[in-house]
Design a binder for this molecule. Structure first.
Ligand code: HEM
Length: 208
């Protein structure tokens, strides 16, 4: 399990690609075949469900490195790009759903909303910050930017994660259970990185 053949990694990637499409497939089936799946307010259901999946994929992407280090499954790092792109994909569908259902493409109303409602402001900021990450996700861009600059840029995800959780937190009016769960998962994933950096710095410190 620590090492997988190229063929096995290819098969895992195909499975992951299909599984990650399931939430979208469910929404499409709800729209075209089983309207009862989308409840009394289909537009709200679509916006919320795609928002949930965007956040889940973001957290799953952030879980790859800790999982690789703790388990020794080196190959899992090869899934990170696809997971990150799925997070971006669901954010784009989420935004498209908001733009079309909530504002019927009224750009002025959207901009007013972005400026006036703090939860929309941070959601929008997360989307804007995700754009350069998605745009530089190809192997060609990694080569063009160089590993150091690419890694520096992709550290933006450590800002996007908290902003996305804040977006959900500020949106919820009563029961905060779900945003609290997402915040705790994020805290564990980011806390692991802080602890690793601290440990590496201690190891690197010269012994007197
Ligand atoms: C990284 C980017 C984003 C993530 C991860 C995200 C995630 C979420 C999540 C988890 C929810 C709550 C879903 C639920 O109630 O279960 C939500 C709701 C919502 N989001 Fe986002 N979001 C993002 C960006 C945006 C952007 C750019 C906009 C629009 C400018 C937006 C507009 C909304 C709206 C309007 C709702 C409330 C839906 C409703 O009450 O009907 N989000 N989002």
């Amino acid at each position: 399990m620590r090492r997988l053949s190229e063929r096995a990694i290819g098969a895992v990637k195909v499975c992951l690609f299909l599984v990650a499409l399931a939430p979208l497939a469910r929404l499409l089936l709800g729209v075209f075949v089983f309207p009862e799946w989308l409840g009394a307010n289909p537009a709200e259901y679509i916006t919320r469900s795609t928002g949930d999946w965007a956040l889940r994929f973001l957290l799953i992407t952030l879980a790859v490195t800790p999982l690789r280090k703790l388990s020794g499954w080196v190959w899992i790092a090869r899934l990170r790009r696809m997971l990150g792109l799925y997070a971006f994909f669901y954010v784009v569908v989420h935004f498209a759903s908001y733009v079309s259902f909530d504002h019927v493409f009224d750009v002025r109303a959207i901009l007013q909303d972005v400026v006036k409602r703090p939860f929309i402001t941070v959601g929008f900021l997360s989307l804007v910050l995700l754009l350069p990450l998605a745009a530089t996700s190809t192997h060609g861009m990694v080569r063009r930017l160089g590993a150091q600059r690419w890694n520096g840029l992709h550290r933006l995800v450590y800002v996007i994660g908290p902003l996305a959780v804040l977006h959900f937190w500020w949106m919820v009016k009563r029961d905060l259970t779900e945003p609290i769960i997402y915040a705790l998962v994020l805290a564990v994933l980011l806390g692991y990185r802080v602890q690793e950096k601290w440990r590496q710095a201690r190891v690197a410190r010269p012994v007197r």
